[in-house]
Design a protein around this ligand. Sequence first.
Ligand SMILES: [Zn+2]
Length: 161
Amino acid sequence: MEEIKCSCGGMFQYLGPEFLRTGNIQFLVDKDVEEKCIPCQLYVCDQCRALRLCADTPWVVQRRAWWAQERHHVERNQQLDQNRFHAFLKTFAGFSSQKLERIAGGGLFSGYDEVGQAAARQLLEERKANPDAAPREQEHVQPEPRPSWTRRKNSKPPWER
Ligand SMILES: [Zn+2]
């Protein structure tokens, strides 16, 4: 086993194999769950107890091949999500904070995916940081009740009677 020196001056000691879970938590049964682990070798510094994980070589080889093949596709999807994020920011700019809270909260029937939810969260953060920039919340403004005399046609206001 090769000796690895820590930046603190200590030496890393081998602590055996470990698996690093990756990706989002899957609520549904996921047959790929084993593929969402990175098989590693775990080391700990004998001085500062810093941990060091070194991925296993077969996994690195597979991963490099996967990235070489998928990189274009992944980057294009990231770009599309980025564009949608900015479109959501524009669309949501006039929404009330209450409406943004509902969108940001997600939920099955919110009608917005995680990109829309992230855009709503960003706008809410910006409004918290700078409350004056928030748009007027028109949809929650109660209209002034009309004076009762306007309901009757041709009736004069009280001061003209
Ligand atoms: Zn150390």
